[in-house]
Design a protein around this ligand. Structure first.
Ligand code: SF4
Length: 316
């Protein structure tokens, strides 16, 4: 059986009672819905660094760029033990082949963005990064990362999940066929997905692949992976998706009758106006791709970038 996608996650989001007060922060969508398709690698920095449960809560204090990790009441400095553990742990995580990481928001250890950092006078500024999160993001700069709070936004959730599944497919390509042919095949299958994020980057990536033979294969793959992950992190919009949908419709110009074309354009228009979610035109398109067995479109990841059970592309 093929190995499942591995995703790092803050342990408390899976319901583990590891918080300072022995509580948890179970996120049902992540644990139960996304959990059906991924193997989680749970990490609780404060427990793994030996701070115990329950424990005194911690804060970031000082310079937001290089804060100290300090216990709330007794003001004990835990920076060094946390940093030493975090540096060791991120190295250990190399063997896990993580395709992404979901952090617990606002935590001085696990928060990836806008964590409170207190001045010596006790005034908070939401400018910090949790100590473990900082180490992990520096060690794995290409893997997608998000936090539970941001993932409540349907567009951010969709984007993150699309990136982790794409990174998984890319790594499978590297594992099976790390050749120029493998790259061309991967790029072909992901062309429309890339286009839905950035027509400009789609052009650049096409050029990179076309001229790829001039580069050592390792450098080419590394550059391609970098641009791929940067491109998919760019937001899709209704306008960009419309561009892709209209492009796909062109493949059926000889097969669809006037009424079918009219219906398709009407659904595109409803999507563009925000009356129906993206899943509606995509479902109709998938129907024609199956019906006419369109060889180029049926391999496009844009039509099925992630499992339908994750209920994405359903927001307007
Ligand atoms: S936020 Fe991080 S450190 Fe805090 S309990 Fe959750 S996993 Fe542990």
């Amino acid at each position: 059986m093929e190995e499942r996608l591995k995703l790092g996650i803050s342990s408390c989001l899976l319901g583990e009672k590891v918080r300072w007060n022995a509580g948890h922060k179970l996120d049902r969508y992540l644990a139960d819905t996304l959990g059906q398709f991924v193997d989680f690698v749970a990490v609780c920095p404060e427990v793994e660094a030996g701070f115990g449960v329950p424990r005194e809560s911690l804060r970031l204090v000082g310079d937001p760029e290089a804060p100290r990790l300090v216990t709330f009441k007794t003001k004990e400095d835990r920076t060094e033990p946390m940093l030493q553990w975090a540096r060791r742990r991120v190295k250990e995580l190399e063997k896990e082949d993580l395709c992404g990481f979901i952090f617990k928001s606002d935590s001085p250890s696990s928060g990836m963005i806008r964590v409170k950092v207190y001045s010596e006078k006790g005034m908070p500024q939401k400018k910090g990064v949790g100590m473990f999160a900082r180490e992990l993001m520096a060690h794995f700069p290409r893997i997608p990362v998000e936090d539970d709070g941001r993932l409540h936004n349907p567009e951010i959730r969709e984007n993150f999940i699309e990136r982790i599944f794409t990174l998984r497919r890319w790594r499978q390509t590297l594992a099976k066929k790390a050749t120029m042919g493998g790259l061309v095949d991967f790029h072909t299958r992901n062309k429309l997905l890339i286009l839905s994020h950035s027509p400009k980057h789609a052009g650049l990536m096409g050029k990179l692949v076309a001229e790829g033979k001039s580069l050592p294969i390792k450098d080419l793959f590394s550059q391609y992976e970098k641009v791929l992950m940067e491109t998919l992190a760019l937001k899709t919009t209704a306008k960009k998706n419309m561009n892709v949908l209209q492009h796909m419709m062109g493949y059926f110009k000889n097969q669809l009758n006037a009424d079918e074309k009219q219906e398709l354009l009407q659904v595109f228009d409803q999507y563009y106006k925000g009356l129906v979610p993206l899943v509606v035109p995509i479902t109709l398109m998938n129907h024609y791709v199956r019906k006419y067995d369109q060889p180029y479109l049926k391999q496009q990841t844009f039509l099925n970038p992630h499992p339908v059970e994750l209920k994405l592309r359903t927001h307007v």
